[in-house]
Design a protein around this ligand. Structure first.
Ligand code: DGL
Length: 276
């Protein structure tokens, strides 16, 4: 990928961080930003009208992701976090091209792949949407750093609809998890990457399935650590802000989005309808 010239001299720390996903998944990254960087202002875009991205073509995902990135630049964001694996796997290059070095772009696959590549294990599993698995990006990115790690990727497409329908802690979701994780492909794994930002919402159920046999990676923590380092490096960390502002946009207002976003950010937040 051609590296763009980065010029962040016009940016300032008070500008918000822009973050997007197809739906509630990116809220797991936004929640981590709120926890690790509590003074940052945020603009979140949830493309609920077009989810699941995992079932869409590359062309469609590129269209959604570049329109949302344009919107976040118009909202004066100082960084863009692609809090969606499907969008990262299919549209990262196009988003970087569009942004053209004006703000940092942080994705959810490369920082995780890099970290996992340098840990001690030989068999790593990835569960993700079809759009992410078909791209093979996790495998390529991990093996770019470490050729001795075997990476198996499994598409688990029923999890996003189950989460978006609000079936957490529900027998339906338990059955889906059991079915997917019992797949022979994952038999020998020592580490599991949740390759979809929706899945941390089911982390307890997934950990329950494995007991202590398999380590489940905390991707939002790794992604926000990377975001923090980049902002810090460019003196863009917001440190003097006592009342951070959280702005939410969704392309369709769903009850589930309302419920989860309010649970994380408080009842006072407003969901603005915005179709791009
Ligand atoms: N949360 C997204 C991901 O990380 C997208 C899920 C979907 O819309 O299919 O892949």
């Amino acid at each position: 990928m051609k590296k763009k010239k980065e010029d962040y001299s016009d940016l300032n720390a008070q500008q918000p961080i822009g973050i997007f996903d197809s739906g509630v998944g990116g809220l797991t990254v936004a929640r981590e930003i709120k926890r690790m960087l509590p003074q940052e202002n945020l603009v979140y875009f949830g493309d609920t009208k077009h989810l699941p991205y995992g079932e869409k073509s590359r062309e469609a995902i590129v269209g959604y992701a570049t329109r949302i990135a344009t919107f976040l630049l118009e909202k004066n964001c100082k960084a863009i976090v692609i809090a969606c694996n499907s969008a990262t796997a299919n549209a990262l290059k196009e988003v970087i091209e569009l942004v053209d070095g004006r703000v940092p772009v942080i994705d959810v696959i490369n920082p995780v792949a890099e970290k996992v590549a340098f840990e001690i294990h030989t068999n790593v599993g990835v569960i993700a949407t079809k759009a992410t698995v078909y791209s093979g990006l996790y495998r390529k990115s991990i093996r770019k750093h470490n050729k001795f790690i075997k990476v198996v990727e499994l598409a688990t497409p029923m999890l996003v609809p189950a989460i978006e329908e609000g079936f957490r802690n529900h027998p339906i979701t338990h059955a889906i998890i059991y079915n997917y994780l019992s797949n022979n492909k994952l038999k020998n794994i020592e580490t599991l990457i949740l390759g979809c930002t929706h899945y941390p919402l089911l982390i307890n159920e997934i950990k329950q399935f494995y007991g202590n046999r398999v380590r489940v990676i905390d991707s939002p923590g790794i992604v926000v650590t990377e975001l923090k380092q980049i902002l810090d490096k460019h003196q863009l960390l917001n440190t003097g802000n006592k009342s951070p502002e959280y702005e939410f946009y969704v392309s369709d207002i769903t009850r589930n989005f309302e419920k989860i976003s309010k649970k994380i950010f408080g009842n006072a937040i407003v969901l603005n309808l915005k179709v791009l």
